[in-house]
Design a protein. Structure first.
Length: 234
């Protein structure tokens, strides 16, 4: 399966902040996270139409540096809720999921990205024995030998009519580096959850490091709020 790589111009801010930026409210819950650093906004970028680059201001910040989350990590959003009044959607809503390989990274990694409209939700993530669906508690079908649960809090993946807001998503079996698969865990009462199936080295006790980051792109009502989850290669 082929995956589109993140454009180089969007990677530049990532390289500029590889030291990481950790919110003060989360430091106590995070093991071995890098020292905090200020978020670095990128300058507006531009390119010829032939280059296929969207002309828009872009900012990126690392919210959890490369580390093994031995306990659940909580990232708290500062976005006001509700983001709009009825009949508009009142919570940040998920519009796209994308995934891609980044062998040029240091370390090399695979990335899955969750794109929201309306603002960043809060979110938490951590390793679990298995990922369970909301409500029923059924196992989320995942391939891999390690499982990461990602829960977005104060978020939704449906509109007020109950229709999905997700317009783009890859097939569940990813097979990108150490990112083997992902699966939907639920969308209920302001919680949207997903499971990631990770593939560490077989017959080893390896636990893969994780990094998360936030990207803002676009202007006005079309502005997008992207949460990246990066998984190092085994």
């Amino acid at each position: 399966m082929n995956h589109t790589r993140v454009p180089l111009l969007l990677l530049l801010p990532l390289l500029a902040v590889s030291g990481g930026c950790v919110r003060a409210a989360d430091r106590a819950a995070r093991p071995a996270a890098p020292a905090p650093a200020s978020a670095v906004p990128a300058s507006p970028v531009s390119a010829s139409p032939a280059a296929g680059v969207i002309v828009a201001p872009v900012s990126y910040r690392v919210t959890y540096g490369w580390a093994v989350p031995s306990t659940t990590v909580q990232i708290t959003s500062e976005a006001p809720v509700p983001i709009a009044q009825s009949p508009a959607t009142s919570l940040p809503y998920l519009v796209a999921i994308t995934a891609g390989d980044h062998p040029e990274g240091n370390p090399a990694y695979a990335r899955i990205s969750f794109t929201f409209r309306g603002g960043f939700p809060s979110y938490r993530f951590g390793y679990v024995r298995e990922v369970l669906t909301q409500g029923k508690g059924d196992p989320v079908p995942l391939t891999g030998n390690g499982f990461l649960e990602v829960v977005f809090v104060g978020a939704q993946a449906h509109d007020n009519a109950g229709r999905t807001t997700i317009r783009k998503a890859p097939a569940p079996r990813l097979g990108i580096g150490s990112l083997a698969s992902y699966g939907f865990g639920g969308d209920y009462e302001g919680y949207v959850s997903y499971g990631l199936g990770l593939q560490a080295a077989p017959n080893s006790d390896q636990v893969l490091r994780i990094r998360t980051g936030e990207l803002v792109r676009g202007r006005g009502p079309a502005r997008e709020y992207v949460i990246h989850v990066d998984v190092e290669r085994a």
